[in-house]
Design a protein around this ligand. Sequence first.
Ligand SMILES: [Zn+2]
Length: 64
Amino acid sequence: MTTHYSYACKDYPGMEACPGLVVAETESEVWQLMELHAKVAHEEDPAQWNDEDRAQLKTLIKAE
Ligand SMILES: [Zn+2]
């Protein structure tokens, strides 16, 4: 049974040095936390993420 979803920023190519990790009960909450992390830690604008970026990020979200 899936109890939580998580995303480790270091799993993203080029982000190996980032300690950022988000964990939440639902996948949609993880997405919001990922977007916040990208904004705060990496000064990225998640509104600019295209479908390819999001598809790649989705493969890195772990369900446990
Ligand atoms: Zn990060």
